[in-house]
Ligand binder design. Structure first.
Ligand code: GLN
Length: 196
């Protein structure tokens, strides 16, 4: 069975855990570096990316998280988690973990649209549109060669995949539709099989 870690520094950790379990995987709540050794893939929730970065540094998890992502294990970043993964952040000199080849714009939908929900057609998800819950959401301004945009809204990329990395600008844990988490679990399963 697949075990997925949820980075538990900030954000809707329990909701992510519920969605991962509903997708047929075990969950480990990741609070310390050691927890990373137990997991096949990691979810980084939303919240506030600058605060999350501060907490990552405080708990000395920056290096271990970067190593985890570079070791070949899948990572799914949602909202602030997506910002943490990006190689570039508009207006900032450096990114954070810089593992996924994309440039992101924080708070990309303006103040007047602090939060909203919208039906999205997400490549790889079957059936009806996926309802994306956006909360002070970023968007992806541009992607590198190996990255595929899997959902857009108003001509902006709001979800993308680069091999074992998955990122979305919205909050998939805040709906009862578990298809995004199931997609991630399937990514992990496929990767495990291909290296087995
Ligand atoms: N605006 C937040 C940031 O820049 C992200 C918002 C979210 O994760 N809901 O980190």
């Amino acid at each position: 069975m697949i075990t997925v870690g949820i980075l538990a520094l900030q954000g809707a950790v329990r909701e992510h855990a519920k969605s991962i379990e509903a997708s047929g995987a075990n969950v480990i709540i990741v609070k310390r570096t050691e927890d990373l050794q137990e997991i096949d893939g990691l979810v980084m929730p939303g919240g506030e990316s600058t605060t999350m970065r501060r907490l990552i540094d405080k708990y000395e998890m920056f290096g271990p998280l970067q190593e985890f992502a570079q070791s070949g294990k899948p990572v799914f970043g949602t909202c602030a988690g997506m910002i943490l993964m990006a190689k570039e952040i508009i207006g900032q000199e450096h990114g954070h973990l810089e593992v996924m080849d994309m440039k992101v714009q924080r708070n990309g939908f303006g103040r007047q649209r602090e939060s909203f929900e919208v039906g999205l057609s997400v490549k790889g998800l079957e059936g009806e549109d996926y309802i994306g819950v956006f909360i002070r959401a970023p968007y992806i301004e541009s992607i590198g060669e190996g990255v595929e945009a899997i959902a857009t809204f108003q001509d902006k990329i709001v979800a993308a995949r680069q091999g074992r990395f998955l990122a979305c600008a919205f909050h998939p844990e805040l709906t009862d539709d578990h298809r995004m988490h199931a997609y991630f679990v399937k990514m992990i399963e496929e990767l495990k099989q291909s290296v087995a």
